[in-house]
Design a protein around this ligand. Structure first.
Ligand code: FES
Ligand code: FE2
Length: 358
């Protein structure tokens, strides 16, 4: 099996897009799981899910089963959710417990991952249970969100987010609460969806009603080391829920490499997590955060926000699925970037090339 070229010219005006094989070949998704998803910070949950000692949740990053738990020492830890005996699940779902019991043969593990119980396992040569521990992953939290990085040598979450926390400090994310969640499964490669998110070039064609709200002429994308931000001044603040009295009237669309989006408005923000399910199947998880989401007047705002998001998402799904069919064509290998409108996509492809090559 061949790995196609992943050279992306650093000059936007000279560069071509990532070749189409990367969007459809099953073995290339395996390369991405290992080189990209397992080496980057992944949003896995919320701090409130692991607020108390003993609280835990489980998840999967790429193929990696992950367990996140707050220990009795109040420390948050992330570790492999794969039992060292014969790879059973150390924990399942979410919950609260003093000790983890593997769901296969009942080995037990402490919150820090140490193996503490091995029923009916006497007489095994060269085996000391005190030497066994679940492999650790990096864990960090920001604005009430929990992130895990399976690569212990990766830069810290702080380094990756750079100045995002400062840029959004005025919105007071940390005190907002989860108001709604919506999952969508889409027939496209995960990068087809991310590419589409990273440019406003398609807005006039694909999103006519969104285009009426935005000041497309002034739409711009700024790229940083590991994230980019799309600034979108708006014409009609009511529909997009902006503050009419705010002189700096724009929506901020952050994207953090490789698969997380943060859409920031004055009274709410949402996360979009883009999860590859297969080479041509993707799950997008949308979660909305508001202040006091239980209040009935806030519920109404949540409803309006989701309705507008749905409208745009349905248009994006249709175009992403059509593009995916195009990417399967034997006649198409790769394209070029608009210098004015597609610097965000180029930035993404450069980062992919960097991670895939190393
Ligand atoms: S696989 Fe966990 S106890 Fe056997
Ligand atoms: Fe779109």
């Amino acid at each position: 099996m061949t790995t196609p070229s992943i050279d992306i010219d650093e000059r936007l005006s000279h560069a071509s897009t990532l070749s189409s094989a990367w969007y459809r070949e099953p073995h290339l998704l395996q390369v991405e799981m290992k080189n990209v998803l397992a080496r980057t910070w992944q949003l896995v949950g919320r701090v409130e899910q692991v607020a108390a000692p003993g609280q835990f949740f489980t998840t999967t990053i790429g193929h990696e089963p992950v367990l996140v738990v707050r220990g009795n020492d109040n420390k948050l830890r992330a570790m492999s959710n794969v039992c060292r005996h014969r790879a059973g699940p150390v924990a399942t779902g979410t919950g609260h417990c003093g000790v983890f019991h593997c769901g296969y043969h009942g080995w037990s593990y402490a919150h820090n991952g140490r193996l503490i119980g091995t029923p009916e396992f006497d007489g095994v040569a060269d085996f000391q249970k005190q030497d066994v521990c679940l492999p650790r992953f990096q864990v960090a939290q920001w604005a009430g969100l929990v992130f895990v990085n399976c690569d212990l040598t990766a830069p810290s979450l702080e380094d990756i987010l750079e100045d995002i926390p400062d840029r959004v400090a005025k919105f007071d994310f940390g005190t907002m609460k989860l108001a709604a969640r919506k999952d969508w499964e889409i027939d496209c490669n995960w990068k087809t969806y991310v590419d589409n998110y990273l440019e406003g070039y398609h807005i006039p064609t694909v999103h006519p009603s969104l285009n009426r709200e935005l000041d497309y002429a002034h739409y711009r994308t700024e790229t940083k080391r590991y994230y980019s931000i799309q600034h979108s001044p708006v014409k009609n603040p009511q529909r997009i829920r902006l503050n009419e009295n705010d002189a700096n009237n724009e929506a901020l669309y952050f994207w953090v490499f490789p698969n997380l989006m943060l859409n920031v408005y004055p009274d709410n923000y949402s996360t979009n997590l883009i999860v590859p399910l297969g080479p041509e199947r993707t799950l997008t998880i949308f979660e909305w955060y508001f202040h006091n989401p239980e209040a009935s007047e806030v519920q109404e705002k949540v409803k309006q926000t989701i309705e507008f998001s749905d409208e745009v998402q349905i248009e994006d799904i249709a175009i992403c699925e059509a593009v995916q069919r195009g990417l399967r064509s034997q006649t198409y290998q790769q394209g070029r970037f608009s210098v004015k409108r597609e610097n965000g996509v180029h930035h993404f492809h450069r980062l992919l090339a960097e991670f895939l090559a190393s």
